[in-house]
Every structure is written in structure tokens, then in C-alpha cells.
Ligand binder design. Structure first.
Ligand code: UD1
Ligand code: PEP
Length: 434
């Protein structure tokens, strides 16, 4: 188990370059299975989840060549679908939620797939109905085998159709798109998720020869094609990392510049932090966060307490709510955080309360933060990281706190944040991997 030791109370200074987007990486990596031709990818993050998926692709027979830091060449010419029958595949796939997205491409190109129950964050129930129902509509046949714990899926005759998704699932939409691009005829997906991750996937598939229209909206039309070719693809910077660095800078009173942030792709993220009283200076495509001795949470126009809640894109992403919550701890004013999608993502507030934060957990979905306005510092403690975003929120709290903190189970943070200790050390953080 990895742990991080943090000596808090030191403001940070300098530039941070965001990594490539974790969630985009998992989608576009699965898409390499759709073609025997080479695909070059740039700006892949060097994080646990991405590296695990690259390893899984390699085990499936995809040739993987690292060209330079973050750049890879993939060629899925000699894929071995029978690798999916092995116990090695079971344990690799189960350790990573994103692996569910190999289903669509495997069905589309090879007509069969197997998948164990997927892994990922323990942040509440995370159903896969949208994936399964969507693929079934295209003609895939699912059989769950209770003995081996696998879904065995036949996808020999996929045919396009109209479907209205029961929810705008991010990975579900990606999976269905990747099956539909090689299915016969036309597929229409309504209530499709449209996060930048998905827009990037669709742009990449279109460059490979797919015919997807409506990209960026919740109504996608896909004309199936016979085969797809190779392409080059560069990932967007990770918007969740960017939001995390904004919160980190405000909470620790640091002056940080986030380089090449692709501000045009950040949706509501900047404005949510601005409503929390955080000043953002947009310098070209960089975001500079100056030192904040104080920042004051706005109220709604009628004077009531500001609520930040999650919503499918272009609403505010659930993956930043834990960061918003911890950032409110040293603000002036009160904030209600409403996590609608996941029911177990706010329990980590007990650790912030132990550190001295004033938070009322109203129920599993809502927490009220009464900002300390720096009248009191948090105290360092030993804690464990329950999920990736809670982990970084605890790290932000620890960097702002008085004294030393230890965060155990730091592997959760490493799932999605590239060399976080070294990158924060470079801007002056006192952080050490134990
Ligand atoms: C690898 C990856 O890309 N993971 C992201 C992806 O997970 P993932 O694709 O697994 O998440 P989904 O979009 O399927 O939804 C997540 C949860 O929210 C619920 N739900 C979803 C849509 C909706 O309109 N209403 C609703 O309540 C679902 O029931 C589910 O439990 O999207 C999530 C939601 O943005 C993010 O937190 C994850 O970081
Ligand atoms: C919930 C997340 O990841 P995953 O879906 O991979 O568990 C996340 O990135 O915040």
C-alpha cells in the first residue's frame, strides 16, 4: 500500500501542466480495437488506470509501442479474442472500470466478448444497464454464467436501430457508439452523454472513417461502415485535474498557473469556482489563480445558500464535487454540495471534520459546508483515501493544514493523477511518498 506524507501550511508557486484526460484515455484506447491499422496517440496520461488498460490491450494481442512520454503507437492486427477466456483477463478487467468499454469494439469487430463484473471506484451503485440494454438493442445476446462470473456475449449480427437511453451514461454511450460504428445500417442514440471525452472519441472515430453526426449533442446518428482505418489522436487536458488544481490553489493560498488548459472545453467548471469567490485570470489558454487570502461564496440571487450539484454534461461534472466541497472549507460563507449521481461519494467528509472542518452531512447525497474563512487552520491527521476524487480532496486539505498528515491507500489517487507527489513538489509542496 502506498502512502503520502504531507507537511501542510506551505503555499505553492509556479506552473502546472495538466495531464491528458483520464476518462478520455479509457475510451479512445478501447477504440484501437476497432481497426487493424495503426493508431498513434499523444498526451496519454501516465496513470494507473490508463497503464492498466494499455497492458490489457497488449495481452489481447494489440501491438503497443511507446514512442515518447505520453505518445504510443497501437496496432490491433492480431487480436486474440480467446484471451478473454483466461483467468488473467478476468483479474485485469475486474480491476478497472474503463475495461467495460472493450465490449462494444470486440462485439463490433469480432462478434463476441466476455466481461466480468467491472472494477473502479467504490462510490455507490454503478449500474451497467444502459450498456447492456443498448448493446442488446443492436442485437447482442447476453448470457450471465454464475459459475465463472462472466457475461458471455454474442454480437455476430449487429444492426442499427433507434434507442432512447434510460440515462446519459458516459461509458455506456461510448460502448454503444463503438458497437454501432461497424453495425449494419443506421443507429440513432437519444439521451446520449456528450462529455468532451465522448466528443473526442467521436472525432477520432470519424477520422477513422466512421459516420457519426450530432457530436456534442444528446442525439447522435451513426451510419454503420464496413471497416475503419488508422488515425492520429491527441487527448485533451484533464478537466478534472484542472478543477482540482484550481481548488488546491485557492484553499492553500497559492499562486498557480495551469498551462494550456483548453479553456474552451471546460464548460461550467471555471464559473462554479468563480461563484465560490475564486478569481481566475485567463491568460491566453493558461489559467492563473492568484493568492487568495480570502474568498467568499456567492449566494443565489434571492439570497439563499448556493448549491453546487452534478448533472450530465454540459452540467457540472460529479467528479469535481469532492474538490468543490473541500475548497469551501476555508471560504467565507456557506455551500450546499448535492451529489445526485452517486450515493457513497460524500462519506469522506468525516475525515475533513476530524481535521477541524465545519461540515454537516445532511444525508448520503448532500453536505453543507460552513466556511472557516481561515479563522482556524485544519489539523494534519492520518487518513485513508476511499476513492480517487476524495483522495485528492484529502490531499488538498492536508496541504492547507497545520502539521503533518498521512494519506494511506494513495493508489486511489495514482489511478487518476500522474506522479502527483513529484508534480506538486515541483511547485513547492512538502510531500513525500512513503
Ligand atoms: C471511466 C469514466 O469515464 N468514468 C466516469 C463515468 O463513469 P460511468 O460511465 O461509469 O458513469 P455513468 O455516466 O454511467 O453514471 C454514473 C452514475 O450516475 C448515475 N446517473 C448517470 C446519468 C444520469 O443522467 N443520472 C444518473 O443518476 C448512474 O446511475 C450511475 O450510477 O461517468 C461518471 C459520471 O460523469 C464519472 O463520475 C466517471 O468518472
Ligand atoms: C469515478 C471516477 O472514475 P472511475 O469511473 O474510473 O471509477 C473518477 O474519475 O472520478
Amino acid at each position: 500500500m502506498a502512502s503520502l506524507e504531507i507537511e501542510g501550511g506551505y503555499p505553492l508557486r509556479g506552473d502546472i501542466v495538466p495531464q491528458g484526460a483520464k476518462n478520455e484515455s479509457l475510451q479512445v484506447l478501447c477504440a484501437v480495437l476497432l481497426t487493424p491499422e495503426p493508431i498513434i496517440m499523444r498526451n496519454l496520461p501516465d496513470i494507473r488506470d490508463t497503464n492498466k488498460l494499455i497492458e490489457l490491450l497488449g495481452s489481447l494481442g494489440v501491438s503497443v509501442e511507446k514512442l515518447e512520454e505520453g505518445a504510443y503507437r497501437f496496432e490491433a492486427k492480431d487480436v486474440k479474442p480467446e484471451y478473454m477466456d483466461t483467468p488473467e483477463f478476468a483479474s485485469q478487467a475486474a480491476s478497472l472500470r474503463g475495461s467495460i468499454m472493450i465490449l462494444g469494439p470486440m462485439l463490433a469487430r469480432f462478434g463476441r466478448a466476455r466481461i466480468p463484473k467491472p472494477g473502479g471506484d467504490k462510490i455507490g451503485r454503478r449500474r451497467l444497464d444502459t450498456h447492456f440494454i443498448g448493446l442488446e438493442k443492436l442485437g447482442a445476446k447476453f448470457n450471465y454464467n454464475a459459475k465463472d462470473g462472466f457475461y458471455h456475449i454474442d454480437g455476430t449480427n449487429l444492426e442499427g436501430c433507434y434507442m432512447l437511453l434510460d440515462e446519459a451514461s458516459v461509458t455506456g454511450t461510448a460502448n454503444i457508439i463503438m458497437a454501432a460504428v461497424l453495425a449494419k445500417g443506421k443507429t440513432t442514440i437519444y439521451n446520449a452523454a456528450c462529455e468532451p471525452y465522448l466528443q473526442q472519441l467521436c472525432h477520432m472515430l470519424n477520422r477513422m472513417g466512421a459516420k457519426i453526426s450530432g457530436v456534442g449533442s444528446n442525439l447522435l446518428t451513426i451510419e454503420g461502415v464496413e471497416a475503419l482505418g488508422g488515425t492520429e489522436h491527441t487527448l485533451l487536458p484533464d478537466m478534472i485535474e484542472i478543477g482540482s488544481f484550481i481548488g488546491l490553489a485557492a484553499m492553500t493560498g497559492s499562486a498557480i498557473t495551469i498551462k494550456n488548459a483548453r479553456i474552451d472545453q471546460l464548460g461550467l467548471i471555471p464559473s462554479v469556482f468563480e461563484r465560490m469567490g475564486i478569481r481566475l485570470e485567463f491568460r491566453g489558454d493558461d489559467i492563473h489563480i492568484p493568492v487568495h487570502h480570502h474568498y467568499e461564496i456567492d449566494t443565489f440571487i434571492d439570497g439563499s445558500i448556493l448549491t453546487v450539484s452534478d448533472h450530465p454534461w454540459p452540467g457540472f461534472t460529479p467528479d469535481l464535487l469532492s474538490i468543490v466541497l473541500v475548497t469551501a472549507v476555508q471560504a467565507r460563507g456557506t455551500l450546499l454540495v448535492h451529489q445526485k449521481m452517486f450515493e457513497s461519494r460524500l462519506f469522506f467528509v468525516d475525515k475533513l471534520i476530524d481535521m477541524g472542518a465545519q461540515i454537516i452531512l445532511c444525508d448520503p447525497h448532500r453536505a453543507t459546508v460552513i466556511g472557516l474563512d481561515r479563522k482556524m487552520n485544519l489539523r494534519g491527521i492520518r487518513m485513508s483515501s476511499p476513492d480517487i476524487r476524495a483522495g485528492v480532496s484529502l490531499l488538498i486539505a492536508a496541504l492547507s493544514a497545520e502539521g503533518t498528515s498521512i494519506i494511506d491507500n494513495a493508489e486511489q489517487i495514482d489511478r487518476g493523477y500522474q506522479k502527483i507527489d513529484q508534480r506538486l513538489q515541483a511547485v513547492g509542496a512538502k510531500i513525500r511518498r512513503l
